[in-house]
Design a protein around this ligand. Structure first.
Ligand code: ADP
Ligand code: MG
Length: 571
């Protein structure tokens, strides 16, 4: 997922910089025949990728991990160069809002005293062009897939059944979905600002998908600013230009604002505001405020920021009434809000009491458009990601995509289906269920090679996955005969192949000083998605973000304090 609040980077886990981007045009979900040919060629370039049975193909071993962390050479920089670059970057960050709060600071003097530059790489990080283009090309397909899954009640219910019995947070989200009428209660519009995350698999060179974020995706604004900052320093220091020019990609901030504005327009009330649901102690506040600023400046949409607790307290009683759906808005502090955009609500800590759940229910029940709906949030769970990797599961959904099903000829439909699924499966890492008959075999496989796997609960925001000894401790408790929810039942988790990206040396800027680190990077591809009724009216590539972290760190969130913001330099 998603955004988290603690933006300070722990001393022991310093993050670093990274990669490049694709062409600035919009990408439709239906690839042209030429595009399909390009993808086929790219897939041949990644020999380890693309097998339908992604879960069973050879994984990177601990030995591969070692070779993947031999940092590649980066051009030398003199101390004087680094100091000039540091101060130019710092000054640029202050002038252009590349900022974060150091602590949650709601207003006035406390807010003014508590902001600093975002942790960033000083230069963009090289990233292979073919891998970048493949990731950018498949991401709109994953946006459509997430929405298709969100509309399939039976698939959601079956897939999540083990999780719903064992994980109280996912259960509570499910209850909101059911209490709002399930599929029947959904708004006709779905609006998604998604981000699909990838790490390069060093052995094959393929970009393997870490996850698809369907709720509270963040850093589209600061990520766009980092690219601008990199472009500025490359131009300002001409001797850097060759090695330091970021890819010329779609601007992620403008794209996210355009998607939300399209959602606002689809809601049909031009003078209504957008309600941005935020965390009370948010530190990634400038990322959000830059987006609000772009929405007003470029689209005339005004934004209200409010926490779930404030919404619970201040929404008027009549907005809780069952007929609220007839009014196509949420009324808050005397204003109509026709679009609710969640930058909170993805983690259990966002719901410290029943009050916050009441607010979530109120918003979901209301007639406003939600970005995302709770169904779309559920479609972004790690359990769903794993279930889609099962042979045949992905294919069932892609067959219904308009780009496939609308073709007249059966042969053409089959060929479009095979092509889209091959592209998507080319980025699947190995994913294994722990709630079915194969669980014991999956547990045994991970216990035999703990360095090759990650154990994931149904959580967003970073810092929740288990690696190494911690993972082993939990896996050893596995008891296939344990009833759901009892000790020994691991239904709330999935197991994933650990991806080993190539390492590089990166100059990171944090707390005003530079630090050289051996790093790995994670590429995020944003997408803007709008569906009105059964028609997808927007499914566009929305720019990229690179997050770069110390190679020794397991988790990678910038917001969670493990990484720096970075951009791609295509190589
Ligand atoms: P979250 O929803 O908390 O962001 P992710 O699945 O994205 O959860 O995992 C958090 C971080 O953990 C990622 O950003 C990445 O750095 C690391 N990570 C996750 N999955 C893998 C994997 N399969 N291999 C290597 N690192 C991973
Ligand atoms: Mg993530």
């Amino acid at each position: 997922m998603a955004s988290a609040s603690a933006l300070s980077v722990p001393e022991t886990r310093v993050p670093a910089p990274a990669p490049a981007t694709a062409p600035a045009r919009e990408r439709a979900s239906c690839p042209s025949p030429r595009a399909r040919g390009r993808v086929a060629r790219r897939m041949r370039a990644f020999p380890g990728a693309g097998s339908v049975d992604a879960g069973l193909r050879p994984r990177a071993s601990a030995a591969d991990a070692k070779s993947a962390t031999a940092a590649s050479e980066t051009p030398a920089m003199t101390d004087a160069e680094r100091t000039s670059l540091r101060d130019e970057a710092l000054s640029w960050a202050a002038q252009h809002g590349l900022l974060v709060a150091t602590e949650g600071a709601p207003s006035g003097a406390t807010m003014a005293a508590r902001f600093t530059h975002a942790p960033v790489s000083l230069l963009p990080t090289p990233f292979p062009r073919a891998a970048f283009e493949l990731a950018a090309e498949v991401s709109p397909l994953f946006a459509e897939l997430s929405d298709s899954v969100s509309r399939d009640h039976a698939f959601l219910e079956t897939t999540l059944s083990g999780v719903l019995e064992t994980d109280a947070f996912t259960r509570a989200l499910w209850d909101v979905y059911v209490r709002c009428g399930g599929q029947d209660g959904r708004h006709a519009c779905e609006v998604g600002v998604l981000r699909s995350d990838y790490m390069l698999d060093a052995p094959s060179g393929a970009p393997l998908q870490v996850e698809v974020n369907t709720v509270s995706t963040s850093f589209m604004a600061l990520g766009s600013r980092v690219q601008q900052m990199h472009r500025h320093v490359a131009a300002y220091f001409p001797n850097l230009e060759e090695r330091a020019t970021p890819a010329d990609d779609e601007d992620a901030l403008a794209a996210a604002a355009a998607t939300l504005a399209a959602g606002h327009a689809a809601a049909g009330d031009a003078s209504a505001r957008m309600l941005m649901v935020v965390q009370p102690d948010e530190t990634n506040v400038f990322d959000q405020r830059l987006l609000a600023d772009a929405l007003f400046r470029d689209h005339g949409v005004r934004v209200t920021r409010a926490t779930l607790a404030e919404i619970a307290d201040e929404a008027r009683e009549e907005d809780l009434a069952d007929d609220a759906r007839d009014r196509r808005f949420v009324s808050f502090r005397g204003e109509r809000h026709s679009l609710v955009y969640f930058r909170a609500g993805y983690a259990p800590s966002d719901y410290p009491s029943e009050k916050e759940w009441a607010a979530r229910l109120l918003l979901e029940k209301s007639g406003a458009v939600k970005s995302p709906s709770v169904a779309m949030q559920l479609a972004g769970t790690k359990k769903v990601q794993q279930a889609l990797a099962v042979p045949g599961a992905l294919e069932r959904f892609v067959r219904e995509f308009a780009s496939v099903s609308a073709l007249d000829d059966a042969k053409a439909r089959e060929s479009a289906l095979v092509s889209a699924c091959a592209k998507m499966r080319a980025v699947f890492a190995g994913l294994y269920a722990l709630d079915d008959a194969g669980a014991s075999a999956a547990v045994a496989m991970a216990l035999a090679d703990p360095g090759g796997f990650v154990l994931k609960p149904q959580r967003e925001g970073g810092g929740n996955n288990l690696y190494g000894d911690e993972m082993v401790r939990v896996l050893r408790t596995h008891d296939p005969s344990a009833p759901r929810g009892a000790s020994g039942d691991l239904s709330a988790y999935i197991l994933m192949q650990r991806i080993f990206p190539p390492a590089r040396r990166t100059t990171c800027l944090r707390k005003g000083e530079t630090v050289e680190l051996e790093t790995v990077s994670e590429l995020g591809i944003y997408g803007g998605y709008v569906r009105v009724g059964s028609r997808v009216t927007r499914n566009a590539h929305g720019g990229h973000l690179l997050r770069t972290k110390a190679a020794t760190s397991d988790e990678g969130g910038v917001a969670a304090g493990f990484a720096v913001l970075d951009a791609v330099a295509l190589e």
